[in-house]
Design a protein around this ligand. Structure first.
Ligand SMILES: [Zn+2]
Length: 414
């Protein structure tokens, strides 16, 4: 699809072309595309397409039709309406004998972090009136099959899996959000295998994008180089999810700065707020026809494991990501550092705990493009987030760069 066509469809009149990028916009929203690359920026936030943006020497520029239909249009044309009451299934990654990654200093493991984070998110969502379930409520092993089956039986509207990353390159840092690639579409991560096979999760392609984007744009550090973007991967929980699903990698346990952040209760609260706010945003963007107050139980699909079940927790590159860590980290670190291993979830005290002002969130907001940057709450804990990164940072793994080298119009080495 010619870029001009998308631009006129959106009614956007601005267009700025540089050697390394083309940006279109309407004064509020901006889409920036990089010739030969799958990486894009929507209002400064990194979003990975399935296919590279193609330009030719005569000035033609084209976007893949599937990327327009399943990625860009859902995000760029999203509008706010009444907030839906959603059943949210949180999925704290790992547990029990499967501890996941271990923080580089050996002090805690991923499974304890994800459970702690899930409780914090749950409390926030319940206070806002959402119905929330968890695939595990304590430190026990739960298989991937069980996790999606639980969501199906429980009739979840959304499924959000929580994880933390690990890379041999200890420089790798930042947050990334994954949703399922479309059928036949290329993954963003190191697992670049194509699969044209339809997965249950593909029935929600558009909503997956909307959910993933809604969450990702709320995550801290979204306009820094530590923003690794909204990505695509065929993780089993995403393939088999009975409803729109996203997987959040909250930071790298192999990176000392990330571990410092994730070790702080204040930062886990910050993450919890971001993810809860993202889910609430999604609840406002859900189109009428996509909402069923009580979704049917979806029979879990029998999975053939021809694809990796989980991330290899290996992000080969991202060495260029110098994450500016807020100078306040040290002071704040002391607040509540302990990630509990065995704490139990306590439900918030019903309606009396409603945060003033939250009730208004259930009412409709004016229907406009739902993505102005101003709508995103800046972090009170850092001052660096407002500064957009102008230089494109190719934070994708080596696979991504290799595949891009093989395409025409490639700008090698960027
Ligand atoms: Zn994990």
């Amino acid at each position: 699809m010619p870029l001009e066509e998308l631009q006129s469809e959106l009614g956007w009149t601005q267009r700025v072309a540089h050697a390394e990028s083309i940006a279109i916009g309407d004064g509020t929203n901006r889409l920036r595309l990089f010739p030969g690359l799958r990486r894009t920026e929507i209002n400064g936030l990194t979003v990975w397409l399935h296919n590279p943006f193609q330009t030719s020497s005569n000035g033609d520029s084209r976007l893949n039709a599937v990327d327009v239909a399943q990625v860009l249009r859902p995000i760029l044309q999203a509008t706010n309406s009444t907030r839906r009451s959603l059943r949210v299934m949180l999925d704290p990654g790992h547990g029990g004998e499967d501890g996941g990654a271990v923080a580089f200093d050996g002090r805690w493991q991923e499974s304890h972090f994800t459970l702690d984070l899930a409780w914090r998110i749950r409390k926030r969502l319940e206070r806002q009136g959402f119905v929330v379930g968890c695939t595990r409520e304590d430190d026990r092993f739960v298989s991937l099959d069980e996790r999606t089956a639980t969501a199906a039986v429980w009739r979840a509207h959304v499924f959000v899996s929580l994880h933390a990353n690990y890379a041999h390159n200890h420089e790798a840092t930042g947050r990334e959000t994954y949703v399922l690639p479309v059928e036949g579409g290329q993954a963003t991560a190191e697992d670049s295998r194509l699969s044209a096979r339809f997965c249950l999760g593909n029935s929600n392609n558009v909503l997956n994008t909307l959910l993933g984007f809604s969450i990702h744009r709320q995550l801290p550090g979204r306009l820094q180089s530590a923003d690794r973007g909204l990505r695509r991967a065929r993780y089993q929980v995403l393939r088999d999810a009975p409803c729109p699903a996203a997987l959040v990698e909250c930071g790298f346990l192999s990176n000392s700065n990330d571990v410092k952040l994730l070790s702080g209760g204040w930062y886990r609260d910050r993450l919890a707020r971001a993810i809860a706010d993202g889910i609430a945003d999604y609840a406002r963007m859900l189109p009428d026809m996509a909402y069923d107050p009580m979704p049917p139980t979806v029979a879990p699909e029998v999975t053939t494991n021809d694809l990796p079940e989980t991330a290899t927790n290996e992000a080969p590159e991202a060495a260029t990501n110098d994450m500016p860590v807020a100078a306040t980290n040290d002071a704040l670190e002391a607040v509540t550092n302990d990630i509990p291993k065995t704490s139990t979830y306590e439900a918030p005290e019903a309606a009396t705990n409603v945060v003033p002002g939250k009730a208004e969130e259930a009412t409709a907001k004016p229907g406009t493009n739902a993505i102005p940057v101003e709508a995103v709450n800046p972090s009170p804990a850092t001052t660096n987030e407002a500064a957009p990164t102008e230089a494109p940072v190719e934070a994708g793994p080596a696979e991504t760069l290799n595949s891009e080298r093989s395409t025409p119009n490639t700008q090698v080495g960027r």
